[in-house]
Design a protein around this ligand. Structure first.
Ligand code: 13P
Length: 253
């Protein structure tokens, strides 16, 4: 049996000012216990990262960016590089979120460059994949996920892939209140692990954590986390309130 450390990650998207982010983390620090079987990650907007850098220290909380550029520096107005994210304390960064793919035109090639750039500076990517509703209804879920994995991981070797976290986020479940059932999610997670095993080997595939994202709530986290290939959650809306996020962190599988 693989012993993967669970990972509960908050994706705050475009929510919270610096003051709100600091207040959240102060409150979370007061209440959170020390865990040795799970990791907690917060991905605030870029503007709050620096303010949270010292506040998360010693609290068992890691910081993540929500996106990055693939170049180290340059004339790319409005962009943030992996080096800069590292500088403000990020150990993780979300890449290829469906909102980036949908609203900002990110494709598998861009995502591949971002994954490589992050690995180069020692930041662990949280690589997001997932199908749209029409793709699921057309029976294409596995094809879509496979194409996204192949494109995103192109030319990355087993050593690199072992450093990643994959997040399966069915687009139809994001912000809609419609969660994939634990069985639906498990089926895709098992497929992802199997495909990772073909791209690398069984050992690496067994090490990679695969998070589920899409309307994860205090009420459904326990059943999702009870599935063998669900190793954590990437949480949007329900991560914005301390008590709700804390209950998700305290999942019982
Ligand atoms: P919700 O939890 O709000 O559905 O968002 C999921 C998500 O997109 C996390 O990255």
């Amino acid at each position: 049996m693989a012993t993967r450390t669970a990972c509960i990650a908050a994706n705050w998207k475009m929510y919270k000012t610096v003051g709100e982010a600091v207040e959240f983390v102060r409150k979370l620090r007061e209440k959170i216990e020390t865990f040795d079987d799970r990791e907690v990650v917060i991905a605030p907007p870029f503007t709050s990262l620096y303010a949270l850098k010292d506040l998360v220290k010693g609290a068992g909380i890691s910081l993540a960016g929500q996106n990055c550029h693939w170049e180290e520096k340059g004339a790319f107005t409005g962009e943030i590089s992996p080096v800069m994210l590292k500088d403000v304390g990020c150990s993780y960064t979300i890449v290829g979120h469906s909102e980036r793919r949908q609203y900002f035109g990110e494709n598998d090639e861009d995502i591949n460059k971002k994954l490589k750039a992050l690995i180069k500076v020692g930041i662990k990517p949280i690589f997001c994949i997932g199908e749209k509703l029409e793709e699921r209804e057309a029976g294409k879920t596995f094809d879509v996920v496979k194409t996204q994995l192949d494109g995103g991981l192109k030319d990355l070797d087993s050593v690199d892939i072992a450093k990643m976290v994959v997040a399966y986020e069915p687009v139809w479940a994001i912000g809609t209140g419609k969660t994939a059932s634990p069985e639906q999610a498990q089926e895709v997670h098992a497929f992802i692990r199997e495909h990772l095993s073909m791209l690398t080997n069984k050992n690496v595939a067994n090490e990679v954590r695969i998070l589920y994202g899409g309307s994860v709530k205090p009420s459904n986290v326990d059943s999702l986390m009870s599935e063998p290939d669900i190793d954590g959650a990437l949480v949007g809306g329900a991560s914005l309130e301390v008590d709700s996020f804390l209950r998700i962190i305290r999942f019982e599988a």
